[in-house]
Design a protein around this ligand. Structure first.
Ligand SMILES: NC(=O)c1ccc[n+]([C@@H]2O[C@H](COP(=O)([O-])OP(=O)(O)OC[C@H]3O[C@@H](n4cnc5c(N)ncnc54)[C@H](OP(=O)(O)O)[C@@H]3O)[C@@H](O)[C@H]2O)c1
Length: 288
């Protein structure tokens, strides 16, 4: 029976995998978060992985505070990079697979067509640099997949969807940037893609091809469009006003364009990816 270790399992993605795991009765899951396994602790990671000998590690742990990372560089690098080196190191000399999740923010946004896995990276912020360093550390293990995703939301945890719902319920209008374009990703869809990949490899239906992959929902929008759709689907009465990024107080540079080309993951693993508005509707219905 395949053993799957999920780290950072109390976050958005980890919780979605936890929900899905009920459909995978043939597999054994170990869900850990900070209390059970702090992945920044190298000897704890070596002991845990050595004793449990997982066939797969799905790393959902991360430091995701994009603004705060500018003043907490050490912490961001510890969780997003050094801890990933610990996981890769603990799997060294085993054929255990590592699935590590990264971000569209490794790109600078200067493109105007979707980024593929061969596009050059140029992270603009401390957070983005720490995630890029984590990708490199993950890929030191020969059986690693790095899945870059974007604008993640879920019914679990804190995210843009919940922030907009909260503010739209309290305010007459909201100001949201319209000059950053990308694609929202429902964490339940990403969890499903990850589990589909793992299951197809375990059943020998697909070969495990290490390397970088891109995954988001289908379609393209700005944060403004995303907010409009959230308000509209939830039936709230709140006006959404488009503003430019330079009107929004943030010291962090974010890519103005970060649409991901998902051809590689779709072709390698026969995945169908839902359109962002369809998935958003599912999440909002769950939150009602
Ligand atoms: N959120 C986004 O918009 C977004 C966009 C692109 C990519 N991603 C990537 O997608 C992945 C999943 O993100 P997510 O939104 O599901 O993350 P999340 O909700 O922030 O969950 C991360 C989890 O990791 C835990 N954690 C933090 N440090 C840890 C450590 N040292 N050891 C073990 N667990 C630790 C956190 O615990 P605490 O809460 O107690 O810190 C939290 O439960 C991450 O790699 C993230 O960088 C996210």
């Amino acid at each position: 029976m395949a053993l799957i270790l999920v780290t950072g399992a109390s976050g958005q993605l980890g919780n979605e995998i936890r929900v899905l795991s009920k459909n995978y009765s043939g597999y054994e899951f170990l869900f850990t978060d900070l209390d059970e396994l702090d992945i920044t602790d190298e000897s704890a990671v070596n002991d845990f992985v050595g004793q449990s000998a997982p066939d797969w590690i799905i790393n959902c742990a991360a430091y995701n505070f994009v603004d705060k990372a500018e003043t907490e560089e050490e912490k961001a690098f510890l969780v997003n990079s050094i801890a990933v080196r610990n996981l890769a190191g603990a799997l060294r000399n085993t054929d255990g697979r590592l699935i590590h999740v990264s971000t569209d923010y490794v790109f600078d946004g200067a493109a105007n067509t979707p980024y593929n896995e061969n596009s050059g990276v140029n992270p603009l912020s401390v957070y983005a640099r720490s995630k890029r360093a984590g990708e490199e550390n993950a890929l030191t293990h020969p059986y690693s997949m790095v899945i870059r995703t974007s604008w993640l939301y879920s019914s679990f945890g804190n995210n843009f969807v919940k922030t907009i719902l909260k503010h739209a319920a309290e305010k007459e209008f909201l100001k949201v940037v319209f000059d950053q374009v990308g694609t929202p990703t429902y964490a339940a869809d990403l969890a499903s893609a990850i589990m589909t990949i793992a299951a197809r490899v375990i059943r020998n239906q697909k070969a495990f091809n290490p390397g970088i992959y891109h995954y988001s929902n289908e379609g393209v929008c700005s944060w403004y469009d995303f907010a409009i759709e959230i308000v509209s689907l939830s039936g709230l009465d709140c006006r959404v006003i488009p503003i430019r990024s330079d009107e929004f107080p943030s010291k962090v540079k974010r890519p103005s364009y970060s649409v991901l080309d998902k051809s590689k993951i779709k072709e390698n693993y026969d995945l169908e990816i839902p359109y962002w508005k369809d998935s958003l509707r599912k999440c909002i219905n769950l939150l009602r």
